[in-house]
Ligand binder design. Structure first.
Ligand SMILES: COc1cc(/C=C/C(=O)SCCNC(=O)CCNC(=O)[C@H](O)C(C)(C)COP(=O)(O)OP(=O)(O)OC[C@H]2O[C@@H](n3cnc4c(N)ncnc43)[C@H](O)[C@@H]2OP(=O)(O)O)ccc1O
Ligand SMILES: O=C(O)CCC(=O)C(=O)O
Ligand SMILES: [Fe+2]
Length: 264
């Protein structure tokens, strides 16, 4: 429990830094591509900016995290990331069991959880929340996302039958788990990535801390052989994961359209 509280405090500490201090981690000034402070999602492609700033930390090694991640939050983020590993492993084992995958070998381990990115999201109070969003509707490109949100609320997920949006109420001490596009592709559509969005808030600053568990950037992902064993038609082709992620980042949020990039 203290790990979750500590990472929330650390997130507030980072966004409480001066603008100049935070800018040191922007794309223009950051000494590494693996640490990126920014605003909205893909500003160059958006009609209206999303009301959100973020710090995105791509985990490469303990050493890089200890030297390059911002000192005001790095220990707490690391502890949260390490603490999540056991939960992620267990969840993926159960999900693979449901696909008739009996053993998670080295290749599957890499495809399922070969890389990790943690974002610290900060949604400042918005003077006109009805005119914009916190985050537009999208699905994550991860395998699984483990999401910590604070007590403010505003996260919605889409019910695929009614197409209605359902609020995900904050529950103290809990984590939200999202299925991402990479798992939809590998499971040949058996597990569907969840479309979600965040509303802008006119009263309080909100934070969230997603851990994106992903394939390695250099992995080629596609429907797993075990899923196609009984002659099932592949719905998705094999794609280089970094191409998939680049496609996601090249456009504004557009619901569940990203996955069409991998359609067979
Ligand atoms: C920010 O708001 C968000 C974010 C999200 C994220 C949801 C996820 O599911 S994140 C998980 C993504 N998976 C991975 O990061 C693992 C694999 N990583 C990779 O394949 C690569 O690291 C890479 C992300 C493809 C970057 O490769 P690289 O060769 O270094 O290419 P770049 O030139 O740096 O970037 C290309 C292009 O992508 C954009 N971009 C890159 N990193 C980020 C980032 N962390 N946050 C935002 N945008 C990023 C960027 O536009 C780059 O273009 P430039 O014009 O800047 O050159 C969900 C919802 C949100 O609202
Ligand atoms: O802030 C949230 O609750 C969700 C954020 C999100 O969807 C993301 O960062 O991908
Ligand atoms: Fe998301």
């Amino acid at each position: 429990m203290h790990v979750l509280e500590d990472v929330k405090d650390a997130t507030h500490r980072f966004f409480g830094l001066s603008a100049d201090e935070k800018k040191k981690y922007s794309k223009e000034q950051s000494v590494t591509n693996n640490v990126r402070y920014g605003t909205s999602f893909t500003p160059a492609c958006e009609k209206a900016l999303e009301w959100k700033d973020y710090l995105s930390l791509f985990f490469v090694s303990d050493n890089e995290a200890a030297t390059q991640w911002p000192p005001v939050c790095r220990n707490q983020v690391m502890e949260y990331m390490k603490g999540s590993e056991i939960v992620v492993k267990k969840l993926l084992e159960i999900l693979m069991n449901g696909l008739n995958v009996k053993e998670i070998d080295e290749t599957k381990e890499s495809n399922l959880m070969g890389s990790k990115r943690i974002n610290l999201n900060y949604y400042p109070i918005c003077p006109n929340p009805e005119l914009t969003v916190g985050v537009g509707r999208h699905s994550d490109v991860s395998t699984l996302t483990i999401l910590l949100q604070d007590d403010i609320g505003g996260l919605y997920v889409r019910n695929t039958e009614t197409m209605k949006w359902i609020h995900v109420p904050p529950v103290s001490g809990s984590l939200v788990v999202n299925v991402g596009d990479a798992l939809q592709i590998m499971s040949n559509g058996k597990y569907k990535s969840v479309e979600h969005r965040v509303s802008a808030n006119g009263i309080r600053n909100r934070i969230s801390v997603p851990i994106f568990v992903n394939p390695k950037a250099s992995d080629i992902i596609g429907p797993l052989p075990e899923v196609l064993q009984r002659g099932e038609k592949p719905l998705y082709k094999h794609v280089l994961y970094s191409d998939y992620v680049k496609h996601f980042f090249r456009k504004a949020h557009d619901g569940k359209a990203t996955i069409e990039f991998a359609r067979a």
